[in-house]
Design a protein around this ligand. Structure first.
Ligand SMILES: C=CC1=C(C)c2cc3[nH]c(cc4nc(cc5[nH]c(cc1n2)c(C)c5CCC(=O)O)C(CCC(=O)O)=C4C)c(C)c3C=C
Ligand SMILES: [Fe+2]
Ligand SMILES: [Fe+2]
Length: 354
């Protein structure tokens, strides 16, 4: 009777010499891929347009039917927005490295995580962007070529949203569709209520306020918004943001009046999650509040939406309407507190693989 030959050890694990003509097989490793939103390569019109076209063509981001959205995108948005937003990017550009801070911080996070995981020499850490470069597909290919047959995919969003977390996962699985020998992929779940994350945010608020010679009457916890209709369709994002804000507030021992969740970065004419950050800042100033601080717990790294929209625009709105002291509390970025969170989440997701 003919029994099939057992799979050779070398096919799965190159311990001995491979047969002549056999494709090269690397020693098994585990990959960790950090993924953030993305960023333009430069602030000129063409670079901005390329970036915004990719971003705003994503059906997870803009759910408006294509027949309605594409004429608006190509007829209006991509002719007007690249110039305006390019100017905004120029004001927050990392001039030393000629790149956006989002890119600088994401790369630093990857480098620092690789150092922190030095006790696992078979783990390879890298980073990618959902829109623009370096792409998720290229980085998954590179990790696979380096021998990673298991990859932890980490969308850098504490709160889950289809427009952020799900689109990163979609893009990664799309890349896997082209591979004959796919790596196993683990996607990191949201960590909006993880004690390490809550502690890092609360501690960063305390540390920042300790540097001031004034005390804010109110601290706003400003999250990126999503259209209200996405929430109505079942996106858990709003609940995740509210839970993060509550846990941070409880950890600080503050009242609901002192620490308030708000939502920023509206796009388009639809209603978005409320209360809006800009309107709240204006209202507080008009009501006579003189000193406020704003933190952005949903942003792992400072970017256009935190540096320009909050530290720049929101501060201006506050001062213009009678406010006196405004401070933006930086994102965790590549700080020790921020890296502790990323490391804790990654170590948990690596369990059973290292
Ligand atoms: C309908 C449009 C958008 C949704 C939904 C949306 C959700 C969303 N975005 C982030 C995080 C970031 N967004 C950033 C920039 C940005 N966001 C939108 C639109 C939507 N975002 C646009 C058009 C832009 C580009 C700038 C602009 O044209 O105004 C950024 C900053 C990127 C950078 O390079 O600095 C981040 C980060 C989250 C977390 C989120 C949903 C939860
Ligand atoms: Fe956004
Ligand atoms: Fe809810």
């Amino acid at each position: 009777m003919n029994t099939p030959a057992p799979l050779s050890e070398e096919t799965a694990r190159p311990l001995g010499p491979l047969p002549v003509g056999h494709p090269r097989v690397e020693a098994r490793k585990v990959g960790v891929l950090l993924v953030n939103l993305g960023t333009p390569d430069a602030t000129d019109f063409r670079s901005m347009r390329r970036y915004l076209r990719e971003f705003l063509s994503d059906r997870r981001v803009i759910e408006t039917p294509r027949a309605i959205w594409l004429p608006i995108l190509y007829g209006i948005v991509l002719n007007t927005r690249p110039g305006r937003v390019g100017k905004a990017y120029q004001t927050i550009w990392n001039k030393d490295l000629d790149e956006s801070y989002l890119r600088t911080y994401t790369r630093n996070q990857s480098d620092r995580l690789a150092e922190a995981l030095g006790d696992h020499p078979t783990v390879k850490v890298d980073w990618a962007m959902r829109y623009g470069q370096p792409s998720i597909a290229d980085k998954l290919e590179a990790l696979k070529a380096a021998g990673c047959d298991r990859i932890v995919l980490f969308p850098l969003y504490p709160q889950y949203a289809a427009a952020t977390t799900a689109t990163v996962n979609d893009k990664a699985f799309q890349a896997l569709m082209k591979m004959r020998w796919q790596p196993a992929l683990r996607t990191v779940p949201p960590y909006h209520d993880d004690p390490a994350y809550i502690e890092a945010i609360a501690a960063s608020i305390e540390a920042h306020l300790a540097t001031l010679d004034w005390e804010p009457e109110i601290v706003l916890s400003s999250f990126h918004g999503i259209p209200q209709s996405y929430f109505d369709k079942g996106d858990p994002y709003h609940c995740h943001c509210m839970k993060t804000a509550r846990l941070v507030r409880e950890r600080l021992g503050w009242s609901k009046e002192r620490f308030m969740p708000t939502f920023q970065s509206r796009f388009g004419p639809e209603e978005w999650l409320q209360p809006y950050t800009d309107k709240t800042v204006e209202k507080l100033a008009k009501e006579g509040v003189k000193r406020i601080a704003v933190i952005n717990p949903g942003f792992v790294s400072d970017c256009l939406e935190t540096l320009e929209e909050i530290a720049g625009e929101a501060a201006e709105i506050f001062h213009h309407n009678g406010g006196e002291h405004f401070t933006h509390i930086p994102c965790l970025n590549d700080s020790t507190g921020g890296m502790d969170v990323i490391e804790a989440v990654v170590r948990r997701e690596l369990q059973g693989w290292v």
